[in-house]
Structures are given as C-alpha cells and as structure tokens.
Design a protein around this ligand. Structure first.
Ligand SMILES: C[S@@+](CC[C@H](N)C(=O)[O-])C[C@H]1O[C@@H](n2cnc3c(N)ncnc32)[C@H](O)[C@@H]1O
Length: 466
C-alpha cells in the first residue's frame, strides 16, 4: 500500500555522483519505478541499476519495476503548441502506467522511488508526474507524501569538467533547449547553457556569432566522456564529427554545452541589432527638476501618470495600467537601458523630492533617432516641470548618446503637449492625418515635432551668447 514517493536525483550514472542524502533515501525505497524507453537508452537503465547495486545495503530488499514508457511522436515535426500538447498527453499516459504498478504493490511495499537522471529540477518531468500521482491518490482518499532529493545535473558536471563557473561575474545564466536556441539567442542573455539538443542547434549561430566560446560535453560522468572547448566557428566541425562518431558507437548521444560571449564583444540585442547601450547616467538637474533613470520601485508613478483623466483622454484606448503592467515597465527599464532600447527617467520635483512623472526616449528604426514621451501626475501639472524635464533629457540624449534626432508627437487637440514641446525647443514639422487612434474608435491627426542635434547645439550657443 503506497504511503510515500521519493524523487531521487542520482547524478550522471556514476555512483560517486550520488549525494549522501540521496544514498540514504535509496535505502528506504521498496519499489523503484524506472521508465523503459527502448533499446537506445538501455545503458541508462543499466546505470541506474548500478547505482542501486552500489549504494543500497545488502539487507534492504527492493524491487526495480521497468515501466514501458508510452510512445511519443517525433518532436521535430511539431510546432510549439503541438509539442506542448504532445508532452502533456505523454505525461498523462505515464501517470496511468505508474498508477497501474502502484495499485499492485504488496502490503509491505509502502515507499516508491523514482531515480532521476541528473537533478530532478532540470528538464525532467518526474516531479510533475509525481504531483499528478499524489493528486490522483488524494482524490481516492489515500494520502501519499512525497519528497525530492537533489542530484548533480549535466550543466554542473559540464562546468566542473571544463573547470569553469557557468556565469561571468554577477551576470546571468540562461538555460534552454536546442529547440529554442536560435529563436531566443541574444548576447544580452549572458552565458547560455543548451540541453536537449539533438541537432547541434548552435551551428545556426556560427555566422552571426562566430566568436562565441563553446564548452561542449557528452556522456559526462561516464568513462566515455567527451569534451571540446574553443571558438564556435573553429570547433564546430570537430564537435559535429566527434558527436556523430559517438552516436554510431552508442546509438544515442547526450550532450550539453555552454555558449559564452567573448568579454570584449558589446552586448547587442536582436531588437535594434545595431543599437549601442545607452550610457550610464546618474541625475540630471536644473535645480527645480531632477530626472534620473527609472527603477522598479517607481512603478506607482508610472501607473499614476497613465491612469488619470487627462492622460486617458489622449490615450489610444481606455485601458488602465494594471499594477503588474506598471511594475513590469518600471522593472524592465534598466534592461532596456542596457540594451539601448529605451532610456526611461523618473521626473523628480526637487522642492518636495517626490516622483512627479515620467519621461523617456525610445530608440526608433532609423539609426540615430529616438521618440520622446512624457507626462506628469495631475498634482504636478501646470508648473512647467515637464518642459524642464524635456529640456534636460533631450539635451542629454543629443549630446551624450548616439541619437542625432529626437521626435515626438501629440494629438492635434492636445495643445498643452505641443506647448511643452515648443518651449523645450522642438519644432513642429508636420500634421499627420488620422495617425493616432482614440478610445472611441475614431482617429486623430498627429502634430509631429523634432529636435535635431544641430538645432539643439545652435540653440545652446544662442543661449550662451545672450
Ligand atoms: C531530459 S534532460 C535531463 C537532464 C537532467 N535531469 C540533468 O539534471 O542534467 C536530458 C538532457 O540532459 C543532458 N544530459 C544528460 N546526461 C548527460 C550527460 N551524461 N552528458 C551530457 N549531457 C547530458 C543532455 O542535454 C540531454 O539532452
């Protein structure tokens, strides 16, 4: 009668990878359920058996039950939704198969164990399957407790074997699958660990990112272990070769790799591929208004600037900004800044020290152009704070960044916004018919302004000479 399920990470097959905690857990299990995935991976079933033989004390009786893994169609032909559906159906079929075995346990068999390759936290569905099993038994009135014991995962072993940490100092690590790599690779992600890659997807990055450093490892932890390290463009063919020979020998290959951006390569994102990051800035101030980069804690000002009657009057729709949406904008500002996508500032009223509004420059398509947007909370309007903030930010953008032209636009009836632009030195250039949507489904003309670096510089010189 089932009472407990233990999900035990066993590392990469070497009994030496099993932690002391996992070894103690192994010795409590009455029945191990092992998925039999066919001949190709019978080596892995044997490795699991070797772990049990090596670590479970002789006096402890246990059974290993191989459960034929339900069939799963080929992934390569599926789109993302079909892949997701396919995996879910497969998991459900696994739950059924395991429940059949559990229902047949003898009276004295109370603890079931799952031996998970590596660590259960990395691309392994056992925890989800066990959750579903526990729920199924709960719905029948049978309480089953379960726990998870960590193991050494492929990325950890890859790093150890290459004698590297996975991340650069203070930088992130992105872990993904071969299936997703090409769509999501971006140097801004930091170091990228790729698992479940049947086709060496990194080959698709070699033209765009030849200087990535590849740390590749296969059969990690086994006597067959293979390691290759080098510049992606230089070592790709070697890895391909080594990999296909190994596949012929074993009938299967399990490899993991890390892609590391060279230290001196600038971080550039796909979006705005030629965009340099915006330079770091502290505060810009004229004594009445200070602007400083927006941070996560500024979200209430982001929200307040949007959700007021005046702003909503000119908005494209009547959607109010939710708490999570405002938090996402504020929290994402630093990333956008680093990637050179947008420079968003908080407008601070110097007299009170309060956040009065927001102003930002978003990089546009044509190189060297930026679109400016701004607004203040109702309690700060009418005091010229927006004009001051716009002067500070446009001066900074045109002198300290690569932007040579700033643009902004407002609905034709929103004359207050036009006054701010004109006072800050922007020049009205055009009236664009029906460009901007209104909340009621109609459209408004837009008055379009610009301020070029030349115009800003000569205005500055005029100010200095008067
Ligand atoms: C289903 S995932 C399981 C990962 C596992 N839970 C872990 O913690 O590493 C299988 C993937 O793990 C990686 N992997 C597993 N064993 C490996 C090994 N011995 N050497 C290299 N990569 C391995 C490969 O990327 C493989 O496609």
């Amino acid at each position: 009668m089932i009472r407990r399920v233990r999900v035990i990470g066993i590392g990469m097959g070497d009994p030496g990878h099993v932690t002391g905690e996992a070894a103690r857990a192994l010795a409590t299990v009455d029945v191990f359920l092992v998925a039999d995935k066919g001949d190709a991976t019978s080596d892995l079933v044997a490795a699991r058996q070797a772990v049990c033989d090596a670590l479970i004390p002789e006096g402890h009786a246990y059974r290993v039950v191989e459960v034929t893994d339900p069939r799963r169609g080929p992934d390569a032909e599926r789109d993302a939704a079909a892949y997701d559906r396919g995996v879910r159906d497969w998991h459900a079929a696994r739950v059924d198969a395991y429940a059949d075995v559990i229902d047949g346990l003898t009276g004295g068999e109370t603890t079931v164990g799952f031996l998970v390759w590596g660590d259960p936290a990395f691309y392994d569905s056992t925890i989800r399957v066990v959750d579903a099993l526990v729920e199924r038994y709960a719905s029948r009135g049978v309480a089953v407790e379960h726990d998870v014991i960590a193991g050494i995962s492929a990325p950890q072993l890859l790093a150890a074997r290459h004698r590297i940490p996975l991340n650069r100092i203070g930088a992130p690590i992105h872990v993904t699958t071969g299936r997703r790599l090409l769509d999501e690779y971006d140097p801004g992600l930091g170091d990228v660990v790729v698992m479940l890659d049947g086709h060496l997807a990194c080959a698709g990055l070699v033209d765009a990112h030849p200087d990535l450093e590849l740390f590749w490892g296969a059969y990690l932890g086994s006597p067959e272990e293979l390691l290759v390290r080098g510049r992606l463009a230089d070592v790709l063919e070697e890895v391909r070769e080594v990999r296909s020979q190994a596949r012929e020998r074993h009938g299967w290959v399990m490899d993991t790799y890390l892609l590391r951006r060279p230290l001196d390569e600038p971080v550039r994102s796909h979006v705005g591929a030629s965009a340099p990051p915006f330079p770091e800035v502290g505060e810009l101030s004229d004594g009445v208004v200070t602007v400083r980069p927006l941070v996560a804690a500024d979200w209430p000002v982001v929200q307040g600037e949007h959700n007021n009657a005046e702003s909503l009057r000119w908005a494209f729709d009547d959607e109010r900004l939710s708490d999570p949406a405002a938090r996402r904008i504020a929290a994402g500002a630093a990333r956008e800044w680093r990637r050179g996508l947008a420079a968003r500032f908080l407008i601070v009223d110097v007299a009170s020290g309060a956040g009065a509004g927001v102003i930002g420059v978003i990089r546009m398509g044509p190189p060297g152009t930026g679109l400016v947007g701004y607004g203040v909370l109702p309690e700060f309007s009418g005091r010229g704070l927006t004009t001051r903030a716009l002067r500070l930010v446009s001066q900074w953008a045109l002198s300290e960044t690569d932007l040579a032209r700033l643009e902004l636009g407002h609905k034709a009836d929103n004359v207050a916004s036009g006054r701010v632009a004109a006072k800050a030195g922007f020049r009205a250039e055009a009236r664009l018919s029906n460009r901007l949507p209104n909340a009621d489904g109609t459209r408004s003309d837009e008055i379009y302004f610009s301020l070029t670096r030349e115009a800003a510089t000569s205005a500055g010189e005029d100010d200095a000479s008067t």
